[in-house]
Structures are given as C-alpha cells and as structure tokens.
Ligand binder design. Structure first.
Ligand code: KIV
Ligand code: ZN
Length: 520
C-alpha cells in the first residue's frame, strides 16, 4: 500500500517499522547489509506499510543498505531519515530512489532545551529550517514526513507553528516523537487532540506517534496517540531501539487486535508472522528477548503453575487472552516444574505416547515431584528417565570421545573433537568465532545437519567457585522438530559438547521416527 493514499479520517493505522533505523542504531543491534536485507524481506512479508531502512548520510554502509533495500522490497514504502540539511536530504532522496514507493523522513528538534543546547538555533531559525528542508525533500518525492524531535517536551504554541509550517511546505505525515520517553499517556494523547484543534491545515497530513520506552510507557503512549487521532505508529520488532527501546510492533498490533473493543483500528499486519520476525531479528543481532517479554518472550504462552495448567487443559481461554497461533506459534507450552499438578503430568506423558494406569501414574508423579524440588528445568529427557520406557529411549548415534580446545585472545579459536559415530571413532578439527562456535562447527563437520538451527545455548553454574560444575542446555530446531539436550561437567566446553550431541541425537531419532511415520 502507498501510505499516502490512506484516508486520515478512517480507522486504518499505518505501521511504520523503524527496526532497521532507530532499532539498529542502539547498542548491540547493528546489522550488516545481508542481514538488513533479510530483515526487510520479513517485514515486507508481514505487511508493514513503511520500512524506515536507515539514515543514509550516517555512513557509506547505511546509504548502501537503504539503496539495496529500496531495490529489493516489493510492497512497503521505503523511508530514509535525514536531518534538516541539504546533504542529508540529498543522500536520503537518492538512496530511496529505486523504491517502488518512497518517503523522505526529515526531522529537527523543537523543544527549548534541544534548540538552545543541541542546535544553538533560535525558534525562528528552526521554523525556517523546517520550511526549507521539507520544501527540498518534496523535490525527491511527494511522500514527505516531518518529525519534531523532542516533540513531547516542546512548547505547545511553538509546536503548532512548526507543524503548520511543515504541512504548508508539503509534509504529508507529521510525527511527534516522545524522544526521551518522558510523556504519560494522558500528556501524549493531549498533544494530538491539541494539534488537531489548533493547527489550521492539520487535515492535510497523517499524524504519527513515535514513542521511546524509558518509563515503560511506549506502547501505552502510542495507543493513547492513536485514540487521540494519530493514524501512524512508529515501532520496532522486539521493541529494540535507543536506550530502553521503542514501542514494540508486536505489542501495539496485538493490543489493537485483542482489545478491538477499545482500540477499534485496522492495520495491515499478518500477526502470524510476528514470531518469525522476532526470531529472525534476535538471531541476526544475537540480542535475546527477555523470557517474560509480552507476545514474543519464551514464557508468553508458557504455563507452570498447577492451577493455571489445569485451567489451560480444560479451556485455554482461562489463562490466555490470545492464541499462540495468532502470533505464529504452534501451541502453548505446559512447562513441567515443581508447581505442576497431576493433570499436567499425565497430559505430558500422553504427549510422549505413554498411558500409565492410576497406580503407576501416582508413583511416577511422586518421583517427578521429588526431582522437580531438586532440578530447576525439567526436560522431556528427565521424564523419560523417570518412566524408563524403552520406546522413548533416544538412540545414541553420536557419543562423546575427547575434546581439545585452543582459545584465548590470540585467535583463531580451534576445536579438536573426537566423537563415536555408531561406535566408530571420527575426528574433526574446526575454527570458529570463539571456542563454542568452533566446537559446534566441529560437530557439524562430523554429523552435518544444515537444516537445524540453534535456538538456545545456555550455561548455568550448578555450584559456586572457580571449580563450579557447569550445566549447559542446547535447543535445536529442524522444521517442526525441537529438541533439548543438557550436559554437565566442570569443563564448560565438555558440558557444551555433551548437551549439543544429546539434542542432536534426539533430533536424529525423531527425524527417523517421522520418516517411518511413527509418532515421536
Ligand atoms: O526519537 C526520535 O525523536 C527519533 C526521530 C529522529 C524521529 O527517532
Ligand atoms: Zn526515536
């Protein structure tokens, strides 16, 4: 959709994703060209209306990525960011030139604090700069967005004059950022009501929200802005962005979808693509998502308390306000732990293909409770060990042999690994980006499994001190199969190797069962 065609009076909200600009410029989130192209494709496929692809004047690499994304993306409008400077606008204009639908996003600070200390400009000079920058941007495209940086801390009279100037010069979208995450929902909503009442030409532009999360209010503020008349939300996947981040795309979208009774607005996002986008981003950036993060955290659809598990098994709506499928997950997760009840335990056994009689179930449940008191994470392999049913055993195709690691600051890191493959000794040496990577590369050399991805690598010290026992967890995924392996050793690398080959053995076992049509 060309965002310019949006009727400002209807309930359609434009989703403007700035993962590749505001998100990418935050610590730990930088991406190379190939990664940005991969992410842009995912965003386009999920139905984002506008992709802010970067800040072209910032570096040669930024320019190139905006240019390449502009060539690649099929549906979304591509926006390039620029300050109110000729060279910036020129760079943004030429970088987005190959896009089917293009937008220039130009900004300048409007708060007294920023004008005085950052820009060293008078308010009148800022108004002139707004006029000149928007006028110049319009030479490259008729889709021009203007942003009042630090808008939420701007004097209201001045903000009205600035917005009127930008629209008169040709801006078709007016964005009012809460740059420092200072606003409350009431303050922020009021700004939009005020602008709509006081700016004479306001009906010629789409109003936009852009909220940072310094007080944890970015999503609430964005929705308050939309309720007050804004029709564009600027947001990022997983909420990445400067400092505490930006409003999370998945949260604003699912809030509008789940509470349509309050937020009766349409958007173009295919919400079933949300998990894919979240995982693609954390994989690319290695910026992991906190487990209790709304919508995309590992625990967002996981239940451990016995009472909740029991409710979930009877009717999922008892403890879930949206379905896991609606965000692209296969199912909710019942996590077995010390709070779990008999019902959840029995269900887990049934999933594993085990139907125990009442007495056997009671005994197994008691053993499970004892284990859960001692062990933090209970995996399927722990339950299998409790029950010891021969159908559930995993074939030990790979067995650990020996491991030598060359690590340290002089690089390269090398793993020298011997495994037994069906009893036969096989040796491989591999380099990597750090010792763990070198080790996992060596395993891949011995047993290629290119379609499997490493979903989780977690190290946990079981005891204290420098001789602590390390417990490592590895989670692998290949298509629909997800497996977990654990290993424990005083040497973290040995524990990592054991965990990896356990997860891989399970994956190979399950793959084999699927191929011959047996339920795992
Ligand atoms: O937070 C902000 O003010 C921004 C602008 C550049 C739009 O990111
Ligand atoms: Zn921002």
């Amino acid at each position: 959709m060309n965002s310019q065609n949006t009727n400002k009076t209807d309930n359609r909200v434009i989703i403007f994703d700035t993962t590749l600009r505001d998100g990418e410029q935050s610590p730990g989130c930088s991406m190379n060209l190939e990664e940005k192209l991969r992410m842009a494709t995912v965003l386009d496929e999920m139905g984002v209306d506008v992709i802010e692809a970067g800040f072209p004047i910032a570096s040669k690499g930024d320019y190139e990525s905006v240019y390449e994304i502009s060539k690649l993306v099929k549906n979304a409008t591509i926006a390039g960011l620029c300050r109110a400077r000729e060279a910036d606008i020129e760079a943004a204009g030429t970088a987005i030139a190959p896009a089917k639908s293009r937008r220039i996003h130009t900004f300048i600070s409007t708060s007294p604090l920023h004008m005085k200390h950052k820009l060293n400009m008078t308010p009148e000079a800022v108004l002139d700069a707004i006029h000149d920058s928007v006028t110049m941007a319009c030479k490259f495209t008729d889709d021009v967005e203007w942003s009042a940086e630090d808008g939420s801390r701007t004097d209201h009279d001045f903000l009205c004059r600035a917005v009127e100037t930008a629209i008169a010069a040709g801006a078709t979208t007016i964005n009012i950022p809460d740059t420092v995450g200072y606003a409350t929902p009431a303050d922020y909503g009021f700004l939009f009501t005020m602008l709509r009442e006081r700016v004479p030409n306001i009906d010629k532009a789409v109003l936009s929200v852009h909220c940072h999360n310094d007080l944890g209010l970015a999503v609430a503020n964005s929705l308050a802005g939309v309720q007050a008349g804004a029709r564009q939300i600027e947001c990022t996947i997983n909420g990445i962005g400067e400092r505490a981040g930006n409003a999370a795309l998945e949260e604003v979208v699912m809030a509008m979808r789940t509470r349509a009774d309050v937020y009766d607005f349409d958007n173009n996002i295919d919400s079933t693509q949300i998990m894919r986008a979240s995982r693609t981003l954390s994989k690319i950036t290695s910026f992991s998502v906190q487990p209790n993060k709304a919508i995309v955290g590992a625990n967002a659809f996981a239940h451990e308390s016995g009472i909740h598990q029991d409710g979930m098994l009877k009717n999922a709506q008892t403890y879930e306000i949206m379905t896991p499928e609606s965000v692209g997950l296969k199912e909710s997760e019942i996590v077995l732990g010390k709070h779990s009840g008999r019902n959840a335990f029995r269900t887990k056994l049934q999933e594993l293909g085990l139907d125990l009689g009442d007495n056997a179930l009671n005994e197994a449940f008691q053993r499970f409770k004892n284990l859960a008191d001692r062990k933090k994470d209970i995996f399927e392999e722990d339950i299998i060990a409790l029950i010891d049913d021969e159908n559930l055993r995993v074939s030990e195709h790979l067995k650990f042999g020996t491991l030598g690691i060359q690590a340290g600051s002089q690089g390269p890191q090398v793993a020298d690994l011997t495994l037994f493959v069906d009893g036969k000794e096989v040796h491989a040496e591999s380099e990597g980006n750090g010792p763990v990577d070198a080790l996992f590369n060596a395993i891949r050399k011995i047993e290629p499994h290119d379609d499997a991805v490493l979903l989780l690598y977690k190290v946990h010290a079981v005891t204290q001190g420098t001789d602590a026992q390390a417990e490592v967890t590895v989670k692998l995924q290949e298509g629909d199969i997800t497996t977990v392996g654990q290993g424990a050793d005083v040497d973290t690398m040995v524990a990592s190797c054991q965990a990896y080959i356990r997860a891989l053995n399970k994956l190979l076992t399950q793959r084999g069962k699927e191929n011959i049509g047996v339920n795992p």
